[in-house]
Ligand binder design. Sequence first.
Ligand SMILES: Nc1nc2c(ncn2[C@@H]2O[C@H](COP(=O)(O)OP(=O)(O)OP(=O)(O)O)[C@@H](O)[C@H]2O)c(=O)[nH]1
Length: 408
Amino acid sequence: MSYSDYGDNDPIYGDDLADEDRESRPRLMLMGLRRSGKSSIQRVVFHKMSPTETLFLESTSKINKDNIHSFIDFQVWDFPGQMDFFDPTFDTEAIFGEVGALVFVIDSQDDYMEALARLHSTVVAAYRVNPNITFEVFIHKVDGLSEDYKIDTQRDIQQTTTDELADAGLENVQLAFYLTSIYDHSIFEAFSKVIQKLIPQLPTLENLLNILCANSGIEKAFLFDVISKIYIATDSSPVDSQSYEICSDMIDVIIDISSIYGRAAIGAKSQAYLEDQDGQEEWSRPDIDSRSDDREASNGDNHSQAVATGSRAGSLSNLPTQTGGNHEAFSVIKMGNGTVLYLREVNKYLALICLLRAETFEKQGLIDYNVHCFKEAMDQVFELKRAERNRREMEANQQQQLNGMYDP
Ligand SMILES: Nc1nc2c(ncn2[C@@H]2O[C@H](COP(=O)(O)OP(=O)(O)OP(=O)(O)O)[C@@H](O)[C@H]2O)c(=O)[nH]1
């Protein structure tokens, strides 16, 4: 299942606005030397390919454009490794002119000197055309490296790149560096940070999450894009990878349960208890309480589709919207260490996942109410965006009419 399977019916912008969005959607480019792992990253993050399947990917021979229909619509362009910017047929103006983010992938298991030279020439060429691009460097395939070696490699790559750019008079170019691998959560976490920079409403979303956490005793809250497991915003307390990983795993658990038990399970309250014994995490008693109001309508096509296309194909998203759009799916997981994971669907793309103490969760009514207010505030943020678009459209139409007036 690809992102494109989300369909075009955008719950936030509405159909028209979603279409309009698509024309101006941000572009994200994946560049780097051959076999550095660009296509693998794109397939694993956006198409749910399992990492081992990427071993059989063929080399990319032309630019592969992937339209991602999600909370924000954007395009991912996967470039062939052998692309030559100095080739006269390579139109740098057209390619870099509208880019939001440029992700440069470096294979850390290989000798990376050639990759650094290519990174330098790419940044110089792209920055000259479009100084607003954000440059993101993925030091990739770190699964094969020891912890010490990872840190040393990152330091070396970072130092060499910034020194060379400074020598070229480009000391103001901002580059962010990430250690990534498709074999763990690091690639999703890195992509989350890249995508967040493309979301204009990010400060507002962060602020809303801060208010929610402060008023509900929540320790950490993530707003997840359900299918990609990219988090598009979090509150401003520091993100530790473990919190991200456990929240991201919760999405898998809920989707897998929904594939087994069908829509009733996902439209309803589900509870599971995670026992942590001898350092071993183990799922026990996944007790699905199927008391959803839309249970009657819940045994339809979606379930069979989810089962037919594999467990990963199920999503929180399209289920409740099919039954009146009440977006009420939620789930609670209590862990042996006294932490509670609380998931609530925000709309067909997004889910809010919070980490909190079991004592705090005793006031579940308060938390439910605050989350409800949070969802309403989110709707308002995007309603404002829609109003602003309408206003701009109306002004443009008026201007067009004025331009067409007869001037004697
Ligand atoms: N160990 C490890 N291998 C990876 C990782 N990511 C990708 N690979 C492997 O790297 C190889 C090349 O990956 P591709 O995605 O085809 O590389 P590419 O950059 O798209 O290559 P071109 O299309 O030739 O430009 C594949 O065998 C992948 O399985 C990773 O995180 N860790």
